[in-house]
Write a protein that binds this ligand. Structure first.
Ligand code: FES
Length: 149
């Protein structure tokens, strides 16, 4: 299966798509290359005294490659510590899809940016309140953390 086939497959059945209520962390990134945006929610759990990623979900106004990479990435980071997840580059996150064409490399970096923003402290939604939908954020320009790469 080539890279495009794997992307098509991930698009047909994206994993972990959607907002997560009760998330511990949320991170958003936007691409200056194409204007696409992606948000990721993370929930941690305690595993033998170690804080690990229990679950991650995403929402995207992005291209299919970004959705495919986010789908892979949310699976890949499960069970990792925040430090381990932070060390993953866009290239590592998209590795299961095979090498991306050069014009699609920023799509994986968009996912990396959202993940890093989530892990490095963009405010988590307060308990009981759901995080704003990506569409709301786009309308309320200026409230979204843009990660220019
Ligand atoms: Fe910009 Fe994919 S084309 S995120």
């Amino acid at each position: 299966m080539n890279s495009q086939d794997k992307i098509d497959e991930a698009i047909r059945n994206p994993k972990n798509l959607g907002e997560m209520s009760g998330a511990d962390a949320v991170g958003t990134a936007g691409s200056s290359d194409c204007g696409d945006m992606l948000r990721m929610w993370i929930k941690f759990s305690d595993e033998g005294g170690k804080r690990v990623i229990d679950k991650a979900t995403f929402q995207s106004f992005g291209c299919q490659t970004a959705i495919a990479v986010a789908s892979m990435a949310t699976e890949l980071i499960k069970g990792k510590t925040p430090q381990e997840a932070l060390s993953l580059s866009g290239e590592a996150l998209s590795e299961p899809l095979g090498p991306l064409p050069p014009i699609k490399i920023h799509c994986a970096q968009l996912v990396e940016g959202a993940l890093k923003n989530a892990l490095t402290g963009e405010a988590a939604p307060s308990p009981g309140a759901s995080a704003p939908m990506l569409a709301d954020s786009l309308q309320a320009k200026g409230t979204v953390k843009i990660n220019f790469r």
